[in-house]
Design a protein around this ligand. Structure first.
Ligand SMILES: Cc1ncc(COP(=O)(O)O)c(C=O)c1O
Length: 368
């Protein structure tokens, strides 16, 4: 649905709340069938109203990446996972200072981070949960092998100041479609089973095995031992997730509404959404450009400058008029959301601005 011209200036991000609710309910349902909890990563939406919908749908806690996200989400949820190493004194201080009722779990992958957490927890008199992050093939963060995982897990288990709960991994390398994805998931399942067995043999059985992503959401039942899935992008979906065959266009809850501002050149039209509204992330699946017009997938945003998006009309008969509004689905929704001041939520024929308080780093507080 396109918001009315007279009330809302473009570019503006719009969210279809009915689709958000349906996506949340589907994630909870499919994961429950596999015996898992959904702990969505809120970096996708950064919005309290959307988090509330996830919780009402049955999410078992929320995942965050930054202290700001944790502080904001603590207002609506008392079970938070910081899936990011809390390195640096101010970051650690902020997460350890969350309200008392918040059951906080922190993922980390180094002795330095664990030691600092133990010291911080002891001096504050709190006892956060700890998950050891293991690299399962993405090669971003995570310990490389079972030996290192076991060493960190036993240090955590031995400390009275933290509560060793288990392990965490992020299968961000699984971004292919079809049979490629199936064989990567099988490989991951084998490595996970052996990791869990090794830890259990050493008295370090992980009570929590936190994993998953949107591209693996439909495969979680094939990953034995996993207890929760952190799929985040699924709440809105985007062009990337559709290109991977993981969602249908009707599951895309977010788009940027833009106005056609120029159509003088053959084969193209220009809209007022550029890299500062859509972001400039390459498509990871098959295809090109930086977004596509909702309902007209043959019309792609071929190039962007900061405030201009150039629509490629070469594969379409559609010739948009100056002033016409279109909805554009970005390649990567999380980065587009992070560029917006707010989103316009559409629900029961009403438009409402929803703020995004978990964006940014939070108020600047100089250290003493
Ligand atoms: C650590 C971690 N967990 C979960 C997620 C959510 O994955 P997705 O965006 O595929 O839903 C991300 C996404 O970047 C992540 O970095």
């Amino acid at each position: 649905v396109i918001p009315p011209d007279e009330s809302f200036e473009t570019p503006v991000a719009v969210v279809d709340v009915a689709v958000v609710r349906r996506n949340a309910e589907r994630a909870v349902r499919v994961l429950a069938q596999a015996g898992l909890k959904w702990r969505p990563h809120i970096k996708t939406h950064k919005c309290l109203q959307v988090a509330q919908i996830q919780i009402e749908a049955g999410a078992g806690g929320l995942t965050v990446a930054t202290p700001r996200e944790a502080e904001v989400m603590a207002q609506v949820c008392d079970d938070l996972l910081l899936a990011y190493p809390p390195v640096g004194p101010t970051k650690l201080d902020r997460v350890l200072a969350l309200p008392e009722q918040v059951r906080l779990t922190i993922a980390l992958d180094s002795r330095e981070a664990l030691d600092a957490l133990i010291t911080g927890a002891q001096s504050r008199g709190v006892r956060p949960g700890v998950l050891i992050e293991v690299d399962m093939g993405m090669r971003r963060v995570g310990v490389p092998d079972v030996e290192t995982a076991a060493a960190l897990a036993s240090e955590a288990q031995a400390s009275p100041h933290v509560d060793y709960r288990g392990i965490l991994f992020y299968p961000g390398h699984i971004r292919t479609t079809g049979s490629d994805r199936d064989s990567m998931v099988r490989g991951l399942a084998g490595r996970l089973t052996s990791l869990i067995e090794h830890l259990s043999d050493r008295g370090l059985r992980p009570e929590v095995v936190s994993g998953g992503s949107t591209p693996t959401l439909w495969s979680m039942s094939e990953l034995p031992g996993v207890t929760e899935c952190r799929a985040g992008t699924w709440i809105y979906n985007d062009r990337d997730i559709a290109a991977l065959g993981v969602c249908e266009p009707s599951d895309q809850a977010y788009a940027v509404c833009a106005t056609v501002v120029s159509n003088g050149l053959e084969g193209q039209a220009v809209v007022d959404a550029g890299s500062k509204a859509l972001a400039k992330e390459a498509l990871r699946g098959e295809g090109f450009g930086f977004g596509e017009v909702q309902g007209r997938p043959e019309v792609v945003v071929r190039s962007v400058s900061e405030e201009h998006g150039v629509l490629d009309l070469s594969r379409s008969d559609w010739r948009p008029q100056i002033g016409e509004r279109v909805l554009i689905v970005p390649n990567h929704v999380c980065v587009s959301v992070n560029l917006q001041d707010r989103v316009l939520a559409f629900q029961d024929s009403v438009w409402a601005p929803w703020e995004l308080p978990a964006r940014g780093r939070g108020p600047f507080v100089p250290s003493q």
